[in-house]
Design a protein around this ligand. Structure first.
Ligand SMILES: [Zn+2]
Length: 291
């Protein structure tokens, strides 16, 4: 005699099996997902290359000068390779406000505040849908630019040029010190001197940097969140001063990659690659885009 299955019992067992299987699947599935997502978020580091330009001029083939054609070539290259220009504010929103960043972000910066940044770059930023942070020096704006404005080869940006830049929505302005962009005052940029009294140094550097913040606020109604160290000279003693003055991003000149996380500290001391006018776009991009 063979044993005959009771159909009802068989179906009941089948359902029970399905429920147990489903519960186990859900339990391990969710557990796995939780583990996986927390490990993922810890791992989530976004590669951010940062370019540092200075002056853009015809025949600009030096370490700190580049021609408008070369800049346009750079922008074309970035577009063709699916890089997306991001603003400093987007980086801050990503880190502090759980914001999003596009795929393959790149940050474009220019130091010293040359008038040619507005003259040549504005149409290019609009054409290629890109953004740039221009870090200005207070005395260059206040004295040099006002004395001899609007010559693309050498003039600096005036206060009204800065306003015009801001009105395009394509530029953000950074602080590059009011009057510490020099190595002739017995100091390397705004770096503390060996053996210098820390309180005196803090007072001096704070007065300088906050003066440019105040002027930019008065003249252009902005409070920059980006600070670029003159010549890339950095020291630990300046860090509290920069944070106190509201800077959320600081820019150095070490040619290394950056990785962005949700930790605010990752935006301090961003490394940048100097875009010298002595290289081709391909040579420069090979360095810049190497993770
Ligand atoms: Zn500079």
């Amino acid at each position: 005699m063979y044993k005959c299955y009771n159909t009802k019992r068989f179906l009941r067992l089948l359902m029970l099996d399905a429920i147990i299987f489903g519960m186990l699947f859900a339990f391990f599935g969710i557990g796995r997902q939780l583990l996986f997502s927390s490990a993922e978020s810890e791992k989530e580091r976004i590669f951010l290359p940062v370019i540092m330009y200075h002056s853009i001029k015809e025949n600009g083939h030096t370490q700190y000068q580049i021609t408008p054609e070369m800049v346009e070539n750079d922008f074309k290259y970035l577009k063709e390779h699916n890089y997306n220009s991001v603003t400093a504010q987007q980086l801050v929103d990503y880190v502090y406000n759980d914001g999003n960043l596009p795929k393959n972000p790149v940050l474009i910066t220019l130091d010293d505040g040359f008038y040619n940044n507005l003259y040549y770059l504005r149409p290019m930023l609009e054409k290629y849908d890109m953004y740039a942070v221009v870090s200005v020096v207070g005395t260059f704006v206040e004295n040099d630019a006002e004395a001899d404005p609007h010559i693309p080869d050498y003039s600096y940006l005036t206060w009204s040029d800065i306003s015009e830049m801001l009105s395009t929505g394509r530029f953000e302005i950074g602080n590059h010190t009011y009057n510490m962009h020099t190595t002739n005052n017995g100091r390397k940029g705004c770096k503390i001197n060996f053996g210098e009294n820390q309180d005196e140094y803090t007072d001096k550097v704070n007065k300088d940097i906050s003066l440019l913040q105040l002027l930019l606020n008065e003249k252009d109604n902005i409070s920059p969140i980006v600070f670029a160290y003159p010549f890339g000279y950095i020291c630990n003693e300046i860090q509290p001063v920069l944070k106190e003055n509201g800077f959320l991003i600081t820019l150095n000149c070490y040619e290394r990659p950056n990785y962005i996380t949700r930790d605010p500290q990752c935006l301090y001391d961003l490394n940048r690659y100097n875009r010298s006018g002595l290289y081709t776009t391909e040579e420069f991009m090979a360095k810049l885009l190497k993770e």
